[in-house]
Design a protein around this ligand. Structure first.
Ligand code: G3H
Ligand code: 13P
Ligand code: ZN
Length: 330
């Protein structure tokens, strides 16, 4: 058993308190390889932003949980070497069992999400409570979830999201004692968050997705004042990156994300953590495809992963500076 404190990591408590008071949000960027981790740390050190390094269970299987933990430990030292000791959280994204959360806590994660949103309300409460009881013994913070995010997969629009019911949130946080709460207000995972049919067009013919349900967010804020809220599925799906991917042989269709203006508005509210994964995937893929297409004789991985890392670094700097507002807050 190793405590995150020995590794130089922090839990989310203090950074969320400051984010709430300062009306900005902490970036939670997913990572599963070295270049992503380097880009996240380079960008957040340069912009002096606190950061949440986020590991999904899929990432854990892909990269090996021990290696990822050592990478996060290395990230703390790397940040110092780059010249600024930013607060770094190592967080389990979408933990689905008590055992998985416990395993992460035992190996040095400073924060875990227990996503019981697909269970019945009572089962979600019981599972979340169990994780919180274990985590809090070690000062590890826990994120719970109420409401189900929609997923749009292939051509099928799953309009199955169940918006968070504000009337449940107070009871949920009181019973479970979670430290933050992910809610469902119209975001979803992946690069196809809306179908064109769900969008309108602006005067230039550009698709405009339906706005997030800020009315639900406001109602949640009223019922649990000062409580840190989390937004999943918050990639904006930059159309310039989609265009590069498709120009160089990709086949992304109807890729639509959350407009940055919506996320800026959310970041100024009780939303203290904004999850971004897909935008990083798009930036990496665009950069790699461009190198493959324009320099077909190239076969040194550094020659395509290097540009991918650089594109990621710029993306993350843009996010913390212009979307989340966390630049200069470390
Ligand atoms: O919420 C999901 C994250 O984007 C992680 O995705 O399970 O494919 O690693 P993943
Ligand atoms: P995106 O797919 O919109 O990047 O969402 C990421 C996320 O919510 C990770 O938990
Ligand atoms: Zn998520």
């Amino acid at each position: 058993m190793v405590s995150y404190k020995e590794l130089g990591l922090v839990n989310s408590k203090e950074i969320f308190r400051k984010a709430f008071e300062g009306k900005y949000a902490i970036p939670a960027f997913n990572f599963n390889n070295m270049e992503q981790m380097q880009a996240i740390i380079q960008a957040c050190v340069e912009k002096k932003s606190p950061v949440i390094l986020q590991v999904s269970s899929g990432a854990r299987k892909y990269a090996n949980q021990t290696l990822l933990r050592y990478m996060a430990q290395g990230a703390v030292e790397y940040a110092k070497e780059l010249g600024y000791n930013i607060p770094i959280v190592l967080h389990l994204d979408h933990g689905d069992t008590f055992e998985l959360c416990k395993s992460c806590i035992d190996m040095g994660f400073s924060s875990v999400m227990i996503d019981g949103s697909h269970h019945s309300y009572d089962d979600n409460v019981a599972l979340t409570r169990k994780v919180v009881e274990y985590a809090h013994q070690y000062d590890v913070t826990v994120e719970g979830e109420l409401g189900v995010l929609a997923g749009v997969e292939d051509e099928v629009s799953a309009e199955h999201h169940t918006y968070t019911r504000p009337e449940e949130v107070e009871d949920f946080v009181t019973k479970t004692k979670v430290d933050s709460l992910a809610i469902s207000i119209g975001t979803s995972h992946g690069a196809n968050k809306f179908t064109p049919a769900q969008c309108t067009r602006d005067e230039n013919g550009v698709l405009v997705p339906p706005p997030l349900r800020f009315d639900i967010l406001e109602e949640v804020e009223k019922r649990i004042p000062g409580f840190p809220i989390v937004l999943h599925g918050s990639s904006s799906v930059p159309q310039d990156q989609v265009a590069i991917i498709n120009k160089y042989g990709g086949a992304l269709k109807d890729a639509i994300g959350i407009p940055e203006s919506q996320l800026r508005k959310a970041a100024a509210s009780a939303v203290c953590k904004i999850n971004i994964d897909s935008d990083g995937r798009l930036a990496m893929t665009a950069a790699v495809r461009e190198v493959f297409a324009t320099q077909p004789a190239e076969f040194d991985p550094r020659k395509y992963l290097g540009p991918a890392r650089e594109s990621l670094r710029k993306l993350y700097m843009h996010k913390v500076e212009n979307v989340l507002g966390s630049a200069g807050k470390a």
